[in-house]
Design a protein around this ligand. Structure first.
Ligand SMILES: *[C@@H]1O[C@H](CO)[C@@H](O)[C@H](O)[C@H]1NC(C)=O
Ligand SMILES: *[C@@H]1O[C@H](CO)[C@@H](O)[C@H](O)[C@H]1NC(C)=O
Ligand SMILES: *[C@@H]1O[C@H](CO)[C@@H](O)[C@H](O)[C@H]1NC(C)=O
Ligand SMILES: *[C@@H]1O[C@H](CO)[C@@H](O)[C@H](O)[C@H]1NC(C)=O
Length: 603
C-alpha cells in the first residue's frame, strides 16, 4: 500500500476509533426544536482566519440516537460531501471559514439524539449537541354537548401527535366560580387510554369522561380537559359546556309509539352500557416489542409482544415488516408514505397463561436485512395499539488471530505482529494494542475495514512492528477488539506471548476408531498435537519398528487464538490377523523440545 493511502486509512480508523468510544472532547450543548422546523447544530473549529484547504479536511457528523444506535449523517472528505440523511447540509462557503455547522431541515422525532462533529485538519476537533425534538399536541373536545334527562353521556378529549410521550390529562368540573377534580366526584367516571405510537414517532392519546344527567346542576355544567405537556408553558385548558335535554317527544300514534320507543330505549340502554363498558374497563396493557440485545445473522430470533388485561379471544395480533420503497439503509423519514408493509402475521404464534398473552414472531435475518423495521398491531375490543422496533443484525468475526513474522522472534531483528479480524458486521470496529508491562505500543497501522461485497461482511487488519530486544522476552501483546457483535463487555482479547525459544507441542495419547475393531475392518488411529510454535513439526508412524508411509495423513497446523499451532495426525489401515499384537508408535519432533516425544498403541 502506498504511504499516502496508508495515512488515509489510518485517519479513517482513527475516526472509527473515536466513533466507537463515543466520547467527545468538545463542548456539549443542548438544543430543542419543534418538529418540522429547521435545526442548526454548531461546529466551529480552528478560529484562525486563514481559509481551509479542502484536501486536508475531513468532516464527519454522526448521530447517537436514544437506542444508542449510531449513524453517520454527513461526511466531507477529499473535497466531496456525502449526505446520508436527506435534508442535511453543511454550507461549503462557511466551511472554508472553519464553520462546519450542520443544518437539518424538516426535523422529525427520529432525528433526536446526540450529534457530534469530528473535524480532522489533521488536528482533531469535536463538538457535540444533544438535539431534542418537540411536538405540541392538538387537543380536540366538542364545544357543546347535551345529555338526555335520566341518561348517561360520554365525552371524549382527543390529544394527537405530541412528543415526547410524557403527558398528563386531567378532567375538571367548573361549578360556578370553583373548579374541582372530576376524579373526586362519584357522578363522573374518567378513563384515559394508553398512548398510541404513530408512524411518525409522535404519540396520541384519548381520554373519556362519562356523566349522568343528574350531575348537571342548574341545567348547565362546564367540563375542562386539562393537558400538561413539555411544549406548554402553562397547563393547557379546553372546555365543553354540557346541558340536559328532554327525552324524545311522542310524534306517532299510540300503537307505533310503544313499538318505536321500546326499540329506541333498548338501543339507548345497550349503547349506554356499551359506552360505559368501553370506557370503564381499564384498557389492556400492550408492551413494547422485545428482542434480544444482540441479533445475529442467520440465527432464528424471537420478537415478542405481551398483552395483559384482556381475554385471549378478544385479542388479534398482526405483525408487519416495513420495507422502504428505496433500498437505502438510511431513510429520509417522510410521513411513512413510502413504506410497504409485508404481513407476517401467519408466522407468529400466540402463547397464553390466562393473564399474559405473548405473541412471538420468529425471524431469521441476513446482513442485507440490517435495520429492518417491524410493526406489531394489537387489536382488542375495538382499539388498536401499534408498536414498532428496528432490528440490528450482527455477525461475529469468524477469524480473530495474531500472526507474527518471523514465527519465532529473534533478538535484534524486526518482529511484525498482525491482528486479523475477519468477516464481521457491521463495519464499525475498534482495535487497541497493549503490552503486559504497560509500555505504550507505538506505530500501529490499520488496514481496512475493507468490505467483501459478496457476503456484505467486513475485515480489518492491524499491524505493529518492533525491534526485538532481549528485555522483550516473555512480554505479552494484546490486541483488544471492540465490536457490537460481542456480548458484554463488548470486546475480545487476542494475545501474543513473545517467546524466542518456541513452545514445544503438547502431545496427547493415540486414539483408535472404532475402539474395538474386528479383523478385515478399517481402523483409524489418530493423535492430537497441541499448542506448539513454530509451526514446523515432524510426525512419523512405525509398526513393529518399521516405518509406515501409506495411510498416514497429517492436517496442516492451524493457528489458535492463543498464537500457537495445533494439528492432528491420522493413520488409516485395514486390520489383518497378524495386526492383533502389533505395536504402533508415533514420534513427534519439534525444535522447541528437549527430546522427541513418542506415543505407543497396541490394538
Ligand atoms: C452559505 O453561507 C453564506 C455566508 O453565510 C451565505 O451567503 C449563503 O447564502 C449560504 N449558502 C446557502 C446555500 O445557504
Ligand atoms: C420539508 O417538507 C415539506 C413538506 O412536508 C417539503 O415540501 C419540503 O421540500 C421539505 N424540505 C426539505 C428541505 O426537505
Ligand atoms: C356545585 O356546587 C354546588 C354548591 O356550590 C353543589 O351543591 C353541587 O353539588 C356542585 N356540583 C358539582 C357537580 O360538584
Ligand atoms: C388552565 O387552568 C389552570 C388552573 O386550572 C391555570 O393555572 C392555567 O393558567 C390555565 N391555562 C390557560 C392556558 O388558561
Amino acid at each position: 500500500m502506498e504511504p499516502q493511502h496508508n495515512v488515509k486509512v489510518m485517519i479513517k480508523i482513527l475516526l472509527v476509533a473515536l466513533h466507537c468510544r463515543g466520547s467527545s472532547t468538545g463542548s456539549n450543548r443542548e438544543l430543542s426544536v419543534p418538529m418540522g422546523s429547521e435545526a442548526t447544530l454548531s461546529c466551529v473549529f480552528d478560529r484562525q482566519s486563514r481559509p481551509v484547504e479542502w484536501s486536508d479536511l475531513t468532516v464527519e457528523w454522526n448521530l447517537v440516537d436514544k437506542q444508542a444506535g449510531k449513524t453517520v449523517v454527513y461526511t466531507f472528505e477529499d473535497g466531496r460531501a456525502h449526505v446520508n440523511r436527506g435534508g442535511s447540509v453543511v454550507n461549503e462557503t462557511r466551511l472554508r471559514r472553519s464553520d462546519a455547522s450542520l443544518q437539518l431541515f424538516n426535523v422529525t422525532v427520529r432525528d433526536e439524539g446526540v450529534y457530534t462533529c469530528r473535524i480532522i485538519t489533521p488536528v482533531v476537533y469535536t463538538e457535540s449537541t444533544a438535539l431534542e425534538v418537540l411536538a405540541r399536541p392538538s387537543v380536540l373536545l366538542p364545544v357543546k354537548a347535551a345529555v338526555t334527562e335520566g341518561e348517561e353521556k360520554t365525552l371524549q378529549c382527543d390529544i394527537t401527535r405530541f412528543y415526547p410521550e410524557k403527558l398528563t390529562v386531567t378532567w375538571l368540573i367548573q361549578n360556578g366560580s370553583n373548579t374541582v377534580h372530576a376524579g373526586l366526584n362519584q357522578l363522573f367516571r374518567v378513563c384515559t387510554e394508553l398512548a398510541v405510537h404513530n408512524p411518525d414517532g409522535t404519540y396520541s392519546i384519548r381520554s373519556g369522561i362519562t356523566l349522568h344527567s343528574s350531575a348537571v346542576k342548574n341545567k348547565e355544567i362546564r367540563l375542562i380537559c386539562q393537558v400538561e405537556h413539555q411544549t406548554y408553558k402553562h397547563l393547557y385548558n379546553t372546555s365543553v359546556s354540557v346541558t340536559v335535554e328532554a327525552p324524545l317527544q311522542p310524534l306517532y300514534s299510540a300503537a307505533t309509539l310503544i313499538a318505536v320507543t321500546s326499540i329506541i330505549s333498548l338501543l339507548l340502554v345497550t349503547s349506554a352500557i356499551g359506552a360505559a363498558r368501553y370506557f370503564c374497563k381499564a384498557p389492556p396493557s400492550v408492551s413494547e416489542i422485545s428482542q434480544p440485545s444482540i441479533i445475529y445473522a442467520q440465527i432464528p430470533t424471537n420478537l415478542e409482544i405481551t398483552v395483559q388485561g384482556a381475554t385471549q379471544r378478544h385479542i388479534k395480533v398482526k405483525w408487519f415488516k416495513l420495507v422502504t420503497g428505496s433500498d437505502s439503509a438510511v431513510e429520509p423519514e417522510t410521513t411513512g408514505s413510502l413504506l410497504v408493509a409485508e404481513d407476517l402475521s401467519e408466522k407468529a404464534s400466540l402463547q397464553s397463561d390466562g393473564k399474559r398473552h405473548t405473541s412471538v414472531l420468529k425471524v431469521c435475518l441476513t446482513v442485507a436485512e440490517d435495520l429492518s423495521r417491524y410493526r406489531c398491531v394489537v387489536q382488542c375490543r375495538g382499539r388498536s395499539f401499534s408498536r414498532e422496533t428496528t432490528v440490528k443484525v450482527k455477525v461475529e468475526p469468524s477469524f480473530l488471530q495474531i500472526s507474527s513474522i518471523p514465527q519465532i522472534p529473534e533478538v535484534e531483528r524486526l518482529l511484525v505482529l498482525c491482528c486479523r479480524v475477519e468477516n464481521f458486521y457491521p463495519q464499525d470496529v475498534h482495535l487497541e494494542w497493549s503490552r503486559s508491562d504497560g509500555e505504550q505500543v507505538r506505530t500501529v497501522t490499520h488496514f481496512g475495514p475493507f468490505p467483501d461485497h459478496s457476503s456484505g461482511l467486513f475485515s480489518v487488519w492491524s499491524k505493529i512492528q518492533l525491534l526485538m530486544a532481549r528485555e522483550d522476552e516473555k512480554a505479552v501483546y494484546t490486541c483488544r477488539v471492540y465490536h457490537s457483535s460481542f456480548p458484554t463487555p463488548g470486546y475480545k482479547d487476542v494475545r501474543y506471548h513473545i517467546n524466542t525459544q518456541g513452545t514445544p507441542p503438547d502431545v496427547m495419547f493415540i486414539e483408535c476408531d472404532p475402539s474395538c475393531p474386528l479383523v478385515n475392518e478399517e481402523v483409524t488411529l489418530h493423535l492430537c498435537i497441541k499448542d506448539f510454535c513454530p509451526e514446523d513439526v515432524s510426525v512419523t508412524w512405525t509398526k513393529d519398528g518399521e516405518s509406515l508411509l501409506s495411510g498416514v495423513f497429517n492436517t496442516p497446523p492451524s493457528l489458535n487464538i492463543n498464537g500457537l499451532y495445533s494439528m492432528f495426525s491420522f493413520l488409516k489401515l485395514t486390520l489383518n490377523d497378524d495386526d492383533q499384537s502389533s505395536r504402533f508408535r508415533c514420534r513427534v519432533v519439534h525444535s522447541a523440545q528437549k527430546e522427541p516425544e513418542e506415543r505407543f498403541f497396541t490394538l
